[in-house]
Structure formats: C-alpha cells, structure tokens
Design a binder for this molecule. Structure first.
Ligand code: GLU
Length: 552
C-alpha cells in the first residue's frame, strides 16, 4: 500500500489536495512592505480590553503599511464557542471603529477572497495538509485512550518530567500501516499527531519583532493536529491559515510565546515560510502589591463594557490603548491634543516588551477628561443624550426638552483654548449640571444640601442675596461690569472687595468678595464649586434667581 493510499484510508473524503489548496490561495498582490495581519479571536463572548488592544494593533500596522487586516474566527474548540459569538465580536469592534478588510461580517456572511474565515468551515483544508504529513511519514495515527493519557500524565508529574507525548511515551509512532488499519477496522478511535523531528536538548533561535531573538528548546512533542472528531487543533489550523491567507505578521499577546517552537516546527514540516512574530506584553494590574495579568474573571475593568456603560468615550479608550501600544504615543498626544490616532506612526520597537503594562485607570480617565473637554457644546449635548437614552431616562427627557439651554450650559468654559475639564465620562454630566434645571433642582437640592463653606448666619446670607438681586443684578452686564458690581456689593456690606486688603487686615471686614460670591453661588446651586458664576447667573435669568433666593 502506498503512503498516499494509506493517508486516504486514515482521512477519507478530503475534497482537494494540499497542492490544489495552494493554488486556491495565491500570493496577494500588494505593494512592497505592505503587511497582512489578522485578528484571530475565539468566539467565546465578552470583549476584553486586551482584545481591543490586539485588534487595534493588527489594524493599525496593516493600515499604515497599506496592507490588509483580516478577521479570522478560531472556533476549533467548539465547547468554548458561544451563540452569536461572532456577531458580538464584530459589533463590539465596529463600535470602536475597528473593521476588517476581509473576514466574517455577520454570523453567516463574509467578504474577501481568502476565506472561509471561520475555522470550522475549513476542516477539509486542514485534513488535506494532515494527509500530506501522513504521506510524508511526518504524522501518524495515535490510539492512546483518555485513561492511557491520564496515566502518562500522572507518571510524568510524579517523576517531575515534562508533560506530553514525546520520546518513549509516543508509543504509537511506529505502528505499522497494517496494525493501524486493523485497529481502525475494529472501531478504535484515533487522532493524528505529528512525528516531531525535534529534540528538547536542541536550542532554537526564534525571532520576535518586540522581544528580539530568544533561545528556546526545540519542540519534541508529538502534538495533536487532528482530533478524533476530524476537527484540527488550534495550533495546526492557525499555522495553515496564516500561510494560506498570506499573513506577514502575527501580532498577539505574549502568552503565545511558549507555543512558538511548535508553530515554527509546523511551518518547517509543511514547507511554509513562517510569518514574522510580534508578541506584546499583556495588560497587568497591581493586586495588593502583586502584579498580575488583568483577568477576565477577577477584574470588572477587563470588560470593555465596564467603560462604555460608565460613558467613557470610545475614542478616549482607544487613545489610552494607543499609549499602551507605543511608549512614545503619550508624548505625541501631549503635543497634538487634537491629533487623530491615524496620524501617528506605530512602531514595533516601541511596543513594551517585558513584564506587562499596568492598566492605569487614572491615566485612562485623564485622557477621557481631556477628550471630553475638547468636544463642542453640540457634541457634548448629542453624546450626553445618547448616553442618557440608555442609562438615565429622566435626564434624557430634560435634555430633549431644553436643547438650546442645555447647549448653553455645556458651553460654559468650553470651545476655548483652555476648556474646563469637569467630565471624565458621560455619567458625570448630570451630577455637574442638575442645578441648572428647575425640575432637577427642586428634586435634588435638599438631598445635596447647601454647602455655604462656613458662612452660617442665615440673616447675613439673606442680606447678601437680597441686596444683590435688588441693587446689582442686571442680565445685560458684561463680565467686567458684573464683577465690579460684586465688588461694590462687597464694599457696601462690609466685605473686602480686594483680597489683598482682606489678607492684611482681616479683622476690619466681615469677610471678602470671595465669601460674597460663595453665598450667591451656593444659594443658586447648593454647590461651592461650579463653573463660572457669571455664566450661571446669565443663564438662570432674574426671575429664576429670585425664585431660588426666596427659598433661602
Ligand atoms: N485564537 C487565539 C486566541 O484566542 C489566537 C492566538 C493567535 O493570535 O495566534 O487568542
């Protein structure tokens, strides 16, 4: 029996030969230097912040080199796949502006000439290449049962040996074709393993564009390539896909480094030119003094939804991730606060290589705060409504009822060179502006309480606000006139209109112009800290100011 006939018996019904598949996936016609990258998630649900980072890097490097970034769904582990897992990935990434040149576009459709892009739809391809390895005597049928594998594992653990099927443990390696076929005919289940040509004592040099050259032991494990249900393993499938889809750069988290000797070996055995590898350090967290990888299970902030539900703008999340991806991005952002990420050229050399990057929430919120401060009043209005529509019906109704007034509120100290930075996220907005709306003011003022900062004499408070509204308030005043009037009011009531005078002789005064402003501010808003009081007075208008003063 020829090797070919034997391979046909082990893996029957394969539609095409590997040579035919090679022809079906011709070289891509791309300019010199264009990168082909892939984002290759498993559809297990839940878009992790690390997934966003990974897909962002894939997309950026492809785009800035004039290349292609495709999406490939690695669903060979069917038990972990969830329903609608593919559309969840596509939709979440799309909402962050991460889309792909090729790959699935929904659960059932895809675009691109190098598909299918879902591994379970490519079973025939992997089997064709497995047949090739069997024909070349580089792979074999292995009948080790679960019990036998458990026993081997236990024995290896007990004697502190490496775990896996290698050397003397690879006992089905040398079964004759006849023995194999005989056992198959008897109905025994088998899987296909490679005959690893490697030795653990050989060191190989692997090159990584982030980590540099690393020395690692060669793979000597007879890895499984096709499981008993005919489905390939991740390692086998991804090496074949990277080859057929002409991936030039495999960019992924460094948890995959330990798999590199295996992937390199698979490429060699199959005669493929290996792609370049780019392994970046994971996001980490300081957990009571211990630095560990950010965990899906333990850390709520690992879920992208943690931020979107709080109303952190997606652009800010991406800007933050860009600072993680390239160490010089932050400096660039400082220089170009309005810059577009697309204008920054990312560099593999600037990807953090060791130990991991601390997921820095204060930095993320700071970026977010700066980002929101640079939005126009219209943008803040639209985005706040968008957020409130999902999370705060009451606020949404108010915003829709008073569009122009709301925009005037949002415009206080905005659309200027140094804008005010009081929102880190859209969930902060209501808490900063509620007092500007009568409906919310009536509802929440007592809950918050008036914060007069030590001015406690009620009669004095009334005296200040009544004198102000009766003698000094005029909605038409410009800012200077307004402030001069506050000073006049202070002089009239025995408060120093000049802070320097007050500091020199505090005993000569009841207080200073600052106390007078505070009394007016708190009486109107309950707050001692607000945006510009002049603007607040202007927007409230005389009648509403009077109404609020009357409550005191
Ligand atoms: N499917 C793998 C994962 O879920 C991808 C690893 C790779 O990029 O090769 O992380």
């Amino acid at each position: 029996m020829t090797n070919k006939e034997y391979a046909d018996l082990l893996l029957p019904g394969v539609k095409h030969t590997w040579e035919e598949y090679e022809k079906m996936y011709p070289e891509r016609d791309l300019p010199e230097g264009a990168m082909v990258t892939r984002y290759a998630p498993s559809p297990t649900g839940f878009v992790h912040i690390g997934a966003l980072e990974s897909s962002f890097l894939d997309k950026r490097f492809a785009k800035q080199s004039g290349g292609i970034c495709y999406l490939r769904i690695e669903d060979t582990d069917q038990e972990r796949s969830i329903e609608n897992g593919i559309s969840q990935i596509i939709d979440s990434l799309k909402s962050f502006n991460i889309t792909f040149d090729e790959g699935p576009i929904s659960e059932t459709e895809e675009k691109g000439n190098y598909g299918p892009y879902i591994q379970t739809k490519r079973a025939d391809i992997y089997r064709a290449y497995a047949k090739r390895l069997i024909e070349e005597d580089k792979a074999y049928a292995s009948f080790l049962s679960k019990e036998e594998l458990d026993e081997i594992r236990e024995q290896q653990m007990k004697s502190k040996q490496r775990i896996g099927i290698y050397g003397r443990y690879a006992k089905d390696r040398n079964l004759s074709k006849e023995e194999v076929l005989d056992r198959i005919n008897k109905g025994e289940k088998f899987i296909i393993r490679i005959k690893s040509p490697g030795s653990f004592f050989n060191k190989i040099k692997v090159n990584d564009l982030v980590k540099g050259t690393m020395e690692m032991p060669e793979n000597d494990i007879d890895e499984v390539i096709i499981k008993s249900d005919g489905i390939p393993t991740y390692h086998f499938a991804s090496v074949i896909d990277d080859h057929l889809m002409h991936t030039t750069h495999v960019i992924r988290g460094d948890e995959w480094i330990s798999s590199l000797p295996k992937h390199i070996q698979f490429n060699e055995m199959l005669g493929f030119k290996a792609p370049k590898y780019v392994h970046y350090a994971p996001l980490t967290k300081n957990d009571n003094g211990t630095i560990r990888k950010l965990s899906k299970r333990k850390d709520p902030e690992a879920a992208v939804s943690y931020f979107t539900e709080a109303g952190v703008p997606k652009e800010a999340i991406m800007l933050y991730l860009a600072t993680v991806c390239n160490s010089n991005f932050e400096g660039w952002l400082d220089q170009n606060p309005n810059g577009n990420i697309d204008d920054f050229k990312f560099d593999f050399k600037k990807i953090p290589s060791s130990s991991g990057t601390l997921f820095d929430l204060p930095k993320l919120y700071n970026i977010s705060k700066n980002f929101i401060s640079r939005l126009t009043k219209d943008e803040v209005y639209d985005r706040t409504i968008e957020y409130a529509t999902k999370y705060d019906e009451e606020f949404k109704e108010i915003l829709e009822k008073y569009p122009d007034y709301s925009k005037d509120i949002f415009n206080i100290e905005r659309e200027q060179k140094k804008p005010r930075k009081d929102y880190e996220k859209f969930s902060d907005v209501k808490g900063q502006v509620w007092y500007m709306y009568d409906e919310l003011f009536d509802k929440y003022k007592d809950e918050y309480g008036y914060d007069y900062q030590g001015v406690t004499d009620k009669e004095e408070i009334k005296n200040i606000i009544n004198t102000y509204i009766d003698k000094y308030y005029d909605v038409k005043d410009d800012k200077d006139t307004w402030f001069n009037k506050i000073k006049d009011l202070s002089d009239e009531l025995g408060y120093a209109s000049n802070m320097k005078d007050y500091k020199e002789n505090p005993d000569n005064y009841k207080g200073s112009v600052a106390d007078v402003s505070t009394v007016i501010r708190v009486s109107l808003t309950t707050r001692s800290q607000t945006p510009d009081l002049y603007d607040i007075l202007r927007l409230l208008g005389k009648e509403r100011i009077k109404e609020r003063f009357n409550l005191i």
